[in-house]
Design a protein around this ligand. Structure first.
Ligand code: ZN
Length: 311
């Protein structure tokens, strides 16, 4: 069993409209945009990152906005609900705040003893706020949501799988322990070095068709490791187990490896180093368009093509 995984690093999804996406995450959810860059593999599309003040691993929701993308169709083989941690007693505030902002899909429920408020993102993205106890992470309050209520980062994520068995086994290998089960859902907790974003839930949906990914779908889910050395250990262990893992890819703010899991979800393992202050001051994160070296010659073209983000 691996002991290098700390929990989630980031979750990356697809959106239709960059400005709608930006307004939702910064103004409605009160996260900080910590990076404005492009999809390194398709630089004519933005890659927007939202998180806490520094974009700490375990807080970072990221988006590829594709203006022409069709809506995603929920199904199996995908991340279902992305869970954000909020303080105990704050869901009353959020219920009102989200309703006032016209957010759809509000539904409160209790899952494994936790109070959750489900809501939909602008593209039907499935989210829930979860009241948690003793989360030491300092929230970003620069967007006007005070510390008594503000999002701390991820709590975890759920995955919708036709058959969760192989993914459950993989999570065990990655250092997660099954802690609870009920209603076709098994809950896992990362045993070692949790960063707060330490929950994964697998939902068995044997008679549901595979998802068609599109706007509002999660593209991949990334797990955190401290550094490149840990990442190489994880990569070797996964490859030795038979997973087809990509080489290490430099994403400027972290190093990444990717592999497709048996249930269909694309996993990434990302390093906590070097972080989002690598190419701009913490005070000014996310303000200007940052481009990786390989795309810097495209700056004029990209700035003419990408719709400006209105803050
Ligand atoms: Zn990623």
């Amino acid at each position: 069993m691996l002991n290098a995984i700390n929990g989630l690093h980031h979750v990356t999804s697809m959106a239709k409209d960059a400005n709608v996406n930006n307004a939702f995450f910064t103004r409605v959810l009160g996260l900080r945009r910590v990076k404005k860059t492009v999809n390194f593999d398709a630089p004519d599309v933005y890659h927007l990152y939202y998180g806490d003040e520094t974009g700490a691993p375990g807080t970072v929701m990221t988006y590829f906005p594709f203006p022409d993308i069709a809506a995603g169709q929920p199904g199996t083989g995908e991340v279902g609900t992305t869970l954000f941690a909020v303080p105990r007693g704050s869901l009353e505030f959020w219920q009102r705040h989200l309703a006032d902002a016209g957010v759809e899909g509000l539904k409160a429920e209790q899952v494994f003893g936790e109070e959750r408020l489900h809501f939909a993102g602008p593209d039907g993205d499935m989210f829930a706020l979860v009241e948690t106890e003793g989360d030491e992470r300092a929230p970003w309050t620069g967007a006007g949501i005070d510390a008594d209520h503000a999002i701390r980062g991820f709590h975890g994520a759920t995955m919708r799988l036709a058959d969760p068995a192989a993914t459950a086994e993989l999570l065990g290998f990655m250092g997660y322990e099954a802690t609870d089960t009920g209603d076709g859902v098994t809950r896992f907790h990362v045993a070692n070095g949790g960063n707060g974003a330490d929950i994964i839930e697998l939902e068995a949906m044997p008679n549901i068709a595979p998802a068609r990914l599109g706007a509002g779908s999660v593209h991949h889910i990334a797990f955190s490791v401290d550094n490149r050395e840990r990442q190489l250990e994880v990569r070797k262990a996964l490859a030795d187990t038979g997973y087809q893992v990509t080489p290490v890819i430099d994403r400027d703010y972290f190093w990444a490896i990717y592999f497709r899991t048996p249930g269909g979800v694309l996993f990434e393992v990302a390093t906590n180093e070097p972080g989002f202050d690598r190419d701009e001051d913490t005070a000014n994160l996310g303000e200007v368009l940052k481009l990786p070296i390989q795309h810097q010659h495209l700056r004029a073209e990209l700035e003419a093509h990408l719709e400006p983000i209105r803050d």
